[in-house]
Ligand binder design. Sequence first.
Ligand code: SF4
Length: 357
Amino acid sequence: MGANGRPRELDLRLAGYIVKNLVQGQRRFPLVTILEPLEACNLACPGCGRVREYRHIWDKKLSVEEAVGAVEESGAPVVSIAGGEPLLHPQIDRIVAELVKRKYFVYLCTNGLLLKQSLKKFKPSEHLAFVVHLDGMEENHDRSVGRKGVFRIAFSALEAALKAGFRVTTNTTIYKGSDVADLHRLFRVLTDMGVEGLMVSPGYAYEMASEQDRFLEREESIKVFRRIIDPGKKFRFYNNPLYLEFLRGERDYECAAWGTPTYTPLGWRKPCYILADEHVRSIEDLLKEGLWEHYGPGKDPRCSNCMMHSGFEPASILHALRHPRELWAMLRGVRIYQKGNGLPRRRVSSGSEGQSR
Ligand code: SF4
C-alpha cells in the first residue's frame, strides 16, 4: 500500500494512463468507469434519484459480456460498480472476476444489506474493494436510508469483510442537517477499525428524489464541509486532497464529468452520472467537442449547486498533473490545506476547453 492507503499499483497505473493519454494529445478521457449493472435496489433512500428514475427497468440487467465490454470501451483503469444495489445482480461475482482478471481496480459500492452473505462469492484482491454506504451512526444512517436496522447489518458486514481480508472503504453522502459530531464519531470508528479510506460527497438534488428540501446549496455545502473535513481529526479520507479543498471552498474547478462516464442497462448516461438528458450507445458521444460548453456551473442551472466527486474529482486530478507539487501531495495523500496553502478560491480549468478526445 502507498502512503495514501491505496494500492501503490493503482496510483502508478492511473498516473501512467493519464500521462499516456496526454502525450497522445487526448485532453478528454475517462478516469473512472461507473458501471451500473442493474438499477433495482433493496432500499428506496429518500435522497436517491436512481431508484425512481429507473423504476421502469428494474428487470433489466447487463450481461457479463455487456458489463466487461462497457468497461473496455471506456478504457479507464478504475471501475466503480454502482446501481441500484450491485449485489442483487445474479452474476455480479462473474462481472467482478472478469474485471479483476483484466487488472482493473474495482470498487463495488453497496448498501451492505447483502454483503456478509455475498463475501464467499468473492476473493480478496488488491484489485477489489468494497465501498459500504454509511451516512452516520445508527440512528442517523437508518433515518437517511429510510429503514431501521440497516446500519447494524451494514456495519457488521463491513467488519466481516475486513476480517476476511478484503479491502474496504466507505461512502458518506452529506445532506442538509447532517450531524457533524455524529459523522466525526463514525469517521473515528471507521478509521480506527482500519478501513482503507472514507469517501465523502454532497448529495445532489435529483429531480426524482423524494425529499427535495434535504439537499445543500453550494455555499451551504462549503460551510458544512469546512467542519466535516477537519484536518486536526486525522481521519483517513479517500478523496484526493485537492477535491477535499474544493469541498471546503478553497479551490474551484470546472466540471470534468467526462472523466467518470456511467454505463447503465440503457447505455451511457449523457452527459454525466447525475444528469441523463439521453442515453447513448457510444462513449465517444460523451467526449465530443462542444458538449461540455453546455454543462457545468454557470452553464446549466441544474449544475449550479453540484459539487459531486463524479464531476470535480477528475478536474482536480488533471489540474494536479500540471502542478508537480500538488501531484506529489496528492499521490502521498498529503492534505495541502493542513499547511495552509494560501491559495485564493478560484476557478481552475480542467484543461479540456475546445479539445476533442
Ligand atoms: S456540474 Fe454536476 S450535474 Fe452538471 S454536468 Fe457536471 S457532474 Fe453533471
